[in-house]
Design a binder for this molecule. Structure first.
Ligand SMILES: [Zn+2]
Length: 154
């Protein structure tokens, strides 16, 4: 039985780190990052998930995606391509989805989700769901894939 669509709520729930208060990204800085420069940081997730590789490109400054200053907006385009290529370098990747939702955290973050090559069931916008429902990657494979991304970004 499909769940009925609920009525709109009174107001949007506050996102993580709203107003820069208690923001995990800001607190972590570049600790454990795969790569960073003065304005940006690339990180993996906290542990293995279902897809071969999931990384995030984030600003170092606490800013929301729609409010990116011009300088950061100019840097973002080339970085999207650069990070996507670094994830492709893992090998046997059919596609790297570049995603921005921003419903969870206010701090500007863009997802890169690697889809394994030659698995048609995993194609398309459900990749993020597959990442949650597939069994997590073995820890050593997960780390090796992140090492490739870090190496390619250097
Ligand atoms: Zn932040």
């Amino acid at each position: 039985m499909p769940r009925a669509l609920a009525a709109p709520v009174e107001a949007e729930a506050p996102r993580h780190g709203a107003g820069g208060v208690g923001c995990r990204r800001c607190e972590l800085g570049v600790e454990g990052a795969l790569w960073h420069d003065e304005n940006w940081v690339v990180t993996g997730l906290g542990g293995p998930s279902g897809l071969p590789c999931v990384v995030m490109l984030q600003t170092r400054q606490h800013v929301d995606f729609p409010d990116l200053p011009d300088q950061l907006a100019r840097e973002l385009g080339p970085l999207l391509i650069r990070v996507q290529r670094a994830v492709f370098a893992i090998g046997d990747i059919g596609n790297v989805h570049v995603c921005r939702w921003g419903d969870g955290s206010e701090h500007c973050h863009v997802w890169f989700m690697a889809r394994p090559a030659r698995v048609p069931q995993l194609a398309g916008s459900f990749a993020a769901i597959w990442d949650d429902v597939l069994p997590p990657l073995p820890e050593d494979v997960w780390r090796a894939n992140l090492d490739v991304v870090a190496r390619e970004l250097r």
